[in-house]
Ligand binder design. Structure first.
Ligand code: RAM
Length: 929
């Protein structure tokens, strides 16, 4: 038996031990072949200091040393003792380094006389050191985005740093160790600077405007410690020089970048450069928040894709296909005459063989490069990104060798932690599409889409997607960072949560919006559940409470939230393309359901944080809203006032109906609706993440499976069969004839409808947290009819976990891995039981609940319109009822479809098969294939 400590981490980033707080929490995992392994104590060592911590805490353990001071790093290592008595060796040391500054003194500087709005610039400062340096740390930020170089080379691999935050209230700074780049003598620190998100114009249809500022600015602070103990600080101030005549001529997030390589000043960030033509910067006269150290991983280049195919379009344009809808930009390698201008246009899909640009609306998404004409030139834009699979290249000098063009994938560099696979190829592709959708839309902040003139932090989208995101990637820091912005925005709106965070759509804000504003409560709760991060809950609690209080302020005190502007079950497939809020479910049902849910979350969060009074108060309010919901919207026989799938899914999955008998009736009715709809999806942004859970929770595995594996529009797999490589905004963003949906919002990369992946992980494969942070796992696979095997793996905060099942006749063999220092509750359909860490194998019943089929039957009497359908169905029921009345109760109608004027039914009934009399009676009114 052996055990060792691995993956020692400080605070929320696992890509770096640079921490934003003086008291970074520590986490580690244990790798062992011992089963049922539990930690009894841990020892944490730093230099001569050693602290013993009794107990099994190994995730986000409080910092056991005095608070870190700026500039003070600490080597930390851990060893642990198991309950069985054995002690591990000391772990590898982790150099924990404060990312924060003692005192921020740098000022924002920019071009003194910009020639135009949002003008990109180059900035530099030269300085001379007369002594050897022991340590040099560079802290930088921007109103806009910056790439910093020291002595001729980039200081880090970040992209679009420092990213987008609610700039009026919060700025992030980067922290870089530049010790090895600094030398005695002359040194230069230089920065490429552009407006990026800061100077972008937000808003729609020509109403777009700049909301932060007209010009970008740089903030930088270099802290140098000499070997002799003295120190020197260099900050952005009037002593810096700048030029607006650099090669980045123009740059915008939506527009793209224009780069003229002839304007590149060789050696500009190196000593000895003649900056005679540059002018002194100006200190920007604006109140800027003191930058804080980043808590989320930065945006980085995470992958590169080669051209899959290149050809000429019908109009003669040169097109490239990367085989994957992605978010990023191109890197080109080119040689040709000086002054040659190359244009790179991006699009997600083709229409009539040409780039489909209409879905991008006002985003030009075009990068242009003007050759310097020297030798081979390599270029990638710096301060923009696009959502694309296809590119049109105009003006390329000579023949294009496809190997000269690479797609560079950009994303916040979160660590991948979750995987799913199954026996179903299309389903696996759907899952892969969800992952790609997340990669593209988790870019500095969680966005709705990455391509058109939008790309905003829509709260509703991440509200529904956060559980999926938290399984696929370690997004604790990423979401915690965005939630800080959310809370800061609320301070300006009396607790109301803006539709988008950062808030840039003032004109659209009309009040509280259910399922969107509820991101304030749901997202922190998800982060707590999935990562065990009580800190996020503590930090966000005032925001969570402010949100529900603000909603309560809009209600009449009866627990209901009604008669307000709502987005409702956005993009219900039955809503007209231009009226996405016109869903089947009444928007008030969505509103009260979410109010009750958020009140419950606030109560539960208060309990976790030890605030008893709040916990009781919000629990009572949650009960009141729940009871009001039931009284108003649920009938005693288990029908919802809106007889729409989303209404049932809300009642069940937000735990609004507690009576088990009523719950079963609701789930049964939902299954009926799903079936009657031909197992096509009938839900929008709100219902879609819940509907499969609501089915399987009521035992309707067959219906859930048919809905999941449906390929006809609308369904999850319809896009997959139409070549989707990301999740679409609309079920039919691409119509069946291959044309782009005429709706003015038609993105091919929206993660909201991909939220079903969380159910794939938790229920189909059966791997879920039973306690926060997977301290205890819930292993409860539900082998779906239509799948032979499925598997989910997740790197929990305690280490790798997995559940896999494989069908063997009417049973399934389940294998599971439970990480050390955790336990699992196992529910295989019978009485749940508990197990400890290690590998396990069980067998479970996996008989399908698939009803037997009769038919299909074609009704003989032709129908003049679909309105006759109920009458025709009635004739069938009569035929059956005459001979086998008991059967009527279990008889169901399966997909109904019309062929010409003939209606075809498949009848579903529980075994045994139909009696001969019934068969005969049916053949009297139908003809069978
Ligand atoms: C669209 C966004 C987003 C959605 C809002 C309501 O503009 O793309 O997905 O949340 O509308």
């Amino acid at each position: 038996m052996s055990a060792r400590v691995e993956r020692l981490r400080a605070e929320l980033r696992d890509d770096s031990a640079v921490v934003a707080t003086p008291r970074p929490r520590l986490s580690w995992t244990v790798v062992t072949d011992e089963t049922g392994w539990r930690q009894a104590a841990a020892e944490v060592r730093s230099g001569a200091e050693e602290v013993r911590l009794d107990g099994d805490g190994s995730v986000l353990v409080d910092w056991p040393f005095p608070p870190l001071a700026a500039g003070e790093s600490r080597d930390v290592s851990v060893r642990v003792t198991a309950e069985s008595g054995t002690t591990t060796d000391w772990s590898e040391t982790l150099a924990v380094e404060p990312g924060f500054v003692g005192a921020w003194t740098a000022e924002p500087v920019g071009l003194a006389e910009p020639a135009r709005e949002a003008q990109p610039a180059l900035l530099r400062r030269s300085f001379t050191l007369d002594r050897p340096v022991r340590r040099a740390r560079l802290f930088y930020s921007a109103l806009g985005a910056a790439e910093v170089e020291v002595n001729g080379s980039p200081v880090d691999d970040g992209v679009l740093a420092p990213g987008w935050t609610s700039y009026k209230d919060r700025l992030i700074h980067e922290t870089v160790d530049v010790t090895s780049r600094i030398r005695r003598g002359e040194n230069v620190i230089g920065a490429w600077l552009a407006g990026a998100w800061f100077t972008e114009k937000y808003g729609f249809q020509g109403f777009a405007k700049r909301v932060y500022g007209d010009q970008p600015a740089l903030l930088a602070q270099l802290e140098i410690e000499y070997a002799d103990g003295d120190s020197l600080t260099i900050v952005t101030d009037e002593s810096w020089l700048a030029t607006g005549d650099g090669p980045v001529v123009d740059s915008g997030i939506y527009a793209g970048e224009h780069y003229d390589a002839r304007r590149f000043p060789a050696g500009w960030s190196e000593p000895g450069f003649d900056a005679g033509a540059w002018t002194a910067v100006t200190v920007i006269d604006a109140v800027v928040p003191v930058p804080e150290a980043r808590i989320a991983p930065p945006v980085r280049r995470t992958e590169e894709l080669a051209v899959r195919e290149s050809w000429r379009s019908p109009s003669g344009a040169l097109l490239l296909d990367f085989g994957q809808n992605l978010v990023g930009r191109l890197r080109i390698r080119v040689s040709g005459p000086a002054g040659t201008e190359i244009a790179l246009k991006h699009a997600e899909v083709l229409e009539n063989g040409e780039l489909a640009l209409r879905p991008l609306r006002l985003a030009a998404a075009t990068d242009t490069y003007v050759l310097a004409g020297k030798h081979e030139e390599v270029w990638e834009p710096r301060f923009t990104f696009h959502g694309f699979r296809y590119v049109q290249i105009d003006g390329w000098p000579g023949e294009l060798d496809p190997a000269a063009v690479t797609a560079v994938v950009l994303s916040s560099d979160n660590t991948r932690t979750g995987w799913f696979s199954s026996s179903h190829e299309l389903l696996d592709r759907l899952h892969e599409n969800v992952v790609w959708g997340m990669r593209g839309n988790f870019l500095s902040l969680p966005t709705d889409c990455p391509q058109r003139d939008e790309r905003l932090g829509w709260t509703g989208d991440v509200q529904v997607f956060s559980p999926t995101a938290s399984f696929l990637y370690d997004v604790d820091g990423f979401l915690a960072s965005w939630l800080r912005d959310l809370a800061l925005e609320q301070a300006h709106t009396k607790g109301l949560v803006p539709l988008v965070v950062p808030s840039v759509l003032d004109a659209m804000e009309t009040g509280a919006v259910a399922a969107w504003g509820d991101a304030a409560t749901v997202v922190p709760w998800v982060v707590y559940q999935r990562f065990g991060d009580v800190g996020v809950l503590r930090d966000q609690y005032p925001s969570m409470r402010a949100w529900v209080d603000a909603v309560l302020g809009e209600t009449d005190g009866d627990g209901l939230w009604a008669d307000r502007m709502q987005l409702g079950d956005w993009l219900d497939p039955s809503a007209p393309p231009d009226k996405p809020q016109q869903a089947k479910v009444d928007a008030d049902i969505v509103a009260t359901a979410y109010l009750a849910r958020s009140l419950r979350i606030v109560s539960d969060a208060a309990a976790v944080l030890g605030d008893r009074d709040d916990s009781v108060r919000y629990s009572e309010l949650a009960d009141r809203s729940r009871d009001a919901f039931v009284a108003e919207y649920v009938t005693a026989n288990g029908r919802m006032m809106s007889d729409a799938p989303t209404a049932y899914a809300l009642a069940l999955e937000l735990d609004l109906v507690t009576d088990p008998a009523v719950r079963q009736r609701l789930s049964d009715r939902l299954a009926d609706l799903v079936r009657a709809n031909g197992y096509r999806i009938g839900t929008g942004f709100v219902g879609t993440p819940l509907v499969t859970d609501a089915l399987t929770g009521g035992g309707h595995l067959y219906a859930a499976s048919r809905l999941l594996l449906q390929t006809e529009n609308p369904s999850w797999l319809y896009p997959v069969t139409h070549g989707a490589t990301t999740v679409w905004e609309r079920w039919d963003s691409l119509l069946e004839d291959g044309s782009v949906n005429p709706g003015e919002m038609t993105s091919f990369n929206h993660y909201a409808l991909g939220a079903v992946a969380d159910w794939l992980h938790r229920v189909v494969a059966g791997l879920a947290p039973a306690e926060p942070g997977y301290r205890k796992l819930r292993i409860a696979p539900r082998p779906l009819p239509g799948l032979d095997h499925a598997e989910a793996r997740h790197d929990t905060p305690y280490g790798p976990a997995s559940v896999a099942w494989r069908r063997e006749g009417d049973t399934a063999v389940v294998t599971a891995e439970v990480p050390p220092n955790t336990t699992a509750v196992v529910d295989l359909g019978g009485e749940p039981f508990e197990v400890g860490s290690g590998r396990h194998e069980w067998t479970m019943d996996a008989a399908s609940d698939e009803p037997a089929f009769g038919g299909p039957f074609d009704l003989d009497s032709p129908l003049s319109s679909v309105m006759d359908e109920p009458r025709a169905y009635r004739a069938l029921l009569d035929a059956v009822g005459k001979h086998d009345p008991d059967r009527l109760a279990t008889l169901r109608r399966d997909p109904v479809w019309t062929r010409g004027q003939t209606v075809r039914f498949a009848l579903l009934f529980a075994p045994p098969a139909l009696s001969d009399e019934v068969e005969q009676a049916l053949s009297g009114v139908t003809s069978r294939d």
